[in-house]
Design a protein around this ligand. Structure first.
Ligand code: CP
Length: 310
């Protein structure tokens, strides 16, 4: 694997390899000295043109725990704010001799473009409304761990239903999860108001439903999505209150979940809009497990790209 640009780049064998290695990497999290020498002498640049808490910090921690040198560059505070183009910024960073470029950009396809301009490995940390492949990998890692609590050797998600609920139109997390979960055999049901379902969804390998209460009792995993108000220009729903009534994971809806089902959310959450505090903090919420998995999975991915025979 040279770059990680899309969840579609990964077949089942590659996903399993990344998740299995992430299990080993997760052992580092419990050690007093969190350091492996695997990427000593390698340089990773996190180039973030959009805000991030989880992705940027977990890529940074992952790189540092593997002994790579990690440099963070954000749009604000760099020469991007003086008008430097994406291409010139990427070429400038690459000219310094970096081994991997982790890039988040508001334009869909920006990491793909970057991978054409430079020799370094490129990892997509979220591009516009397109994809967020390491989020889908960490979600799969978290879901696999949850399912393995009742089925220890589980490898694929056949027979399991994942409901992805909310703002599908603007969600790169949903797109990457649909691709990855389909590869692992899960049945994915997308749940949203018609205004938040993208054009062309008929060709996706999913079922689509606009009634959350119909889907909720069937789902083994309920993945709530953030309502991305910063990407919305018009009225996608009448009021936040009405959105919550129809599509929020409210306290009464917790009672409707299938026994043993678990809650995911990629974060950041709009508590009180798409997810209630009761749901976010419930015993069956995996949200903080997802955050922890972010470090292990990104260690695994960085190792896969940078730590091999090369
Ligand atoms: N899930 C996610 O990408 O979170 P951040 O925007 O905080 O990185």
């Amino acid at each position: 694997m040279r770059h990680l640009l899309s969840a579609a780049d990964l077949d089942q064998t590659q996903i399993t390899e990344i998740l299995d290695l992430a299990e080993e990497m997760s052992l580092v999290q419990g050690r007093p000295v969190k350091k492996l020498p695997a990427l000593r002498g390698r340089t990773v640049v996190n180039l973030f043109f959009e805000d991030s808490t989880r992705t940027r910090s977990s890529f940074e921690i992952a790189g540092k725990w593997l002994s790579a040198d990690v440099i963070n560059i954000s749009g604000k505070g760099s020469s991007v704010s003086k008008g430097e183009s994406l291409r010139d910024t990427v070429l400038t960073v690459a000219a310094m001799g970096v081994d991997a470029l982790v890039i988040r950009h508001h334009a869909s396809g920006a990491p793909w473009q970057a991978s054409r301009w430079i020799d370094a490995h490129v990892l997509n940390a979220g591009d516009g409304t397109h994809e967020h492949p390491t989020q889908a990998l960490l979600d799969a890692f978290t879901i696999r761990r949850h399912l393995r609590s009742s089925t220890p050797d589980l490898m694929r998600f056949d027979g399991k239903t994942v409901a992805i609920v909310g703002d599908i139109t603007h969600s790169r997390v949903a797109r990457s999860n649909v691709l990855l979960l389909a590869t692992l055999g899960a049945q994915v049901i997308l749940v949203a108001p018609p205004t938040l379902l993208p054009a062309g969804i008929d060709s996706w390998p999913v079922l689509v439903c606009t009634d959350f209460d119909e889907v909720l009792p069937q789902a083994d995993i309920v993945m709530m999505l953030r309502v991305q108000r910063e990407r919305m220009s018009g009225g996608y729903f009448p009021t936040p209150r009405e959105y919550t009534i129809s599509y929020g994971l409210t306290r009464p809806r917790l009672e409707m979940m299938k026994p043993g089902a678990a809650i995911c959310h990629p974060g950041p959450m709009n508590r009180g809009l798409e997810i209630s505090a009761d749901a976010a903090d419930a015993a069956n919420s995996l949200i903080l497990e997802q955050v922890a998995a972010g470090v292990s999975v990104r260690m695994s991915v960085l190792y896969e790209l940078l730590g091999g025979a090369e």
